[in-house]
Design a binder for this molecule. Structure first.
Ligand code: HEM
Length: 391
């Protein structure tokens, strides 16, 4: 009998799919594995099955016995089951109906010029700074943080405090730290809601506070969920996108020559980074069969969207970074009823960054060999710690 593989799998090169994950994918779409905490789970690695299961109502985020459920990690937020098993669908529908009006295509269109102006301001500062400069510190971090602050009505001056809490909350190894981070974020959210009730502004927290039938706790939880979901993921995506381009001069030059490629380049930047195994966690709400394998109600199922994005059946030659690839069908934002609410905003930010970065800094290059770059470990979104560049 062969031993069951345990997550995380080792990556031989940054941003490349882990060889053990690729090996499993070749064997079939679904595998018995152990999570980082040693708990049993199913890992789904093929594009077709991951996509189908993301839209399958027989899988959810909650569990009838949360204390006994298998876990992916220590994080209080994403390490195990989330929400109430009896009311999950209704709670989720309510969350989407409260938040969706703030992310309509029309609102997103009006946001684009502001995001572009903020990007220009950050690049002006970058141009005036000493070389080499850290692109994470100068661009990848501040842009998504200032955008989500403006959107929600969170003071930018509080960024160091709330970023420390979101990082604590996302800690995948230390449960106590993660719970404390969540508690700190929530009480900060409550303070903001109280302030917006006194002095409403033109922002999401003020508008949620004025929505009939909501209470302070619900608005604080929703707003902090947005603050949490809305920045670290985008910070990581800008950093890895820049690294992919800076380590592939052909693609950088192609984008420089033809800025019309920006939208497809952004989709490819979202698709291309390879993972270490895991992805989007779900719990089976009923027995189901996946590619001939029986998954029992209550089992943990990891829908590996990064492996799916490297499935050769969906993306030929998947390890190649190719900005002309029609990659918009990737699963980096998930799929189905929980499809990322902020995807249009993340796309606006990424498109603003890369269209301006390349035209203003056509000779930008890495200031250190790629092997010296380090990635954040132990936190959900991952991403680079620094990205030193010259120009
Ligand atoms: C490149 C950046 C981003 C990536 C890769 C990303 C990825 C994802 C993924 C994979 C999901 C699905 C989770 C699941 O199925 O359980 C998701 C959901 C979500 N995302 Fe994003 N996201 C990004 C940016 C944002 C931004 C900017 C916001 C908000 C301003 C946001 C807000 C949300 C929310 C609220 C959900 C929950 C949707 C639901 O449960 O119905 N995300 N995101």
């Amino acid at each position: 009998m062969t031993a069951v593989a345990q997550l995380p799998f080792e990556q031989e090169q940054p941003l490349r799919i882990a060889p053990a994950l690729r090996a499993l994918q070749v064997l079939g779409p679904i595998h018995r594995i152990r999570t980082a905490t040693g708990d049993p789970a199913w890992l789904v690695t093929s594009y077709e099955e991951v996509r189908q299961l993301l839209a399958d109502p027989r899988l959810g985020r909650s569990h009838p016995d949360p204390g006994g459920a298998a876990r992916t990690g220590a994080s209080a937020l994403f390490g195990g089951p989330l929400g109430n098993y009896q009311t999950e669908d209704a709670d989720h529908a309510r969350m989407r109906s409260l938040l969706q009006p703030h992310f309509t295509p029309r609102l997103m269109r009006t946001l684009r010029p502001r995001v572009e102006a903020l990007t220009t301001g950050l690049l002006d500062e970058l141009a005036g700074t000493d070389r080499p400069a850290d692109l994470c510190e100068r661009l990848a971090v501040p842009l998504p943080v200032v955008v989500i602050c403006e959107l929600l009505g969170v003071p930018y001056a509080d960024r160091d405090r709330f970023r420390a809490w979101t990082r604590d909350a996302a800690d995948v190894c230390d449960r106590e730290r993660s719970e404390q981070g969540l508690a700190d974020l929530f009480s900060y959210g409550l303070q903001l809601v109280a302030r917006k009730r006194e002095e409403p502004g033109d922002d999401i927290i003020s508008r949620l506070s004025a929505t009939p039938g909501t209470n302070d706790s619900e608005i604080a939880a929703l707003s902090m969920a947005l603050l949490f979901a809305g920045h670290e993921t985008t910070v990581a995506a800008i950093g890895t996108g820049a690294l992919l381009l800076l380590t592939d001069s052909d693609q950088w030059q192609a984008l420089r020559r033809d800025p019309h490629l920006i939208p497809s380049a952004v989709e490819e930047m979202l698709r291309a980074p390879g993972g270490t195994g895991g992805g989007i966690p779900r719990y089976a709400r009923a027995d189901l069969t996946v590619s001939g394998v029986t998954v029992r109600a209550g089992d943990l199922v990891l829908l590996d969207n990064s492996a799916a994005n490297h499935d050769p059946a969906a993306f030929p030659n998947p390890d190649r970074f190719d900005i002309t690839r029609p990659a918009a069908s990737h699963l980096a934002f998930g799929h189905g009823s929980r499809y990322c609410l902020g995807a249009p905003l993340a796309r606006i930010e990424l498109q603003a960054v890369f269209s301006q970065l390349i035209s203003r800094f056509p000779s930008m290059r890495l200031a250190v060999p790629p092997r010296e770059l380090t990635f954040q470990t132990g936190v959900l979104a991952g991403g680079l710690t620094r990205l030193p560049v010259n120009w």
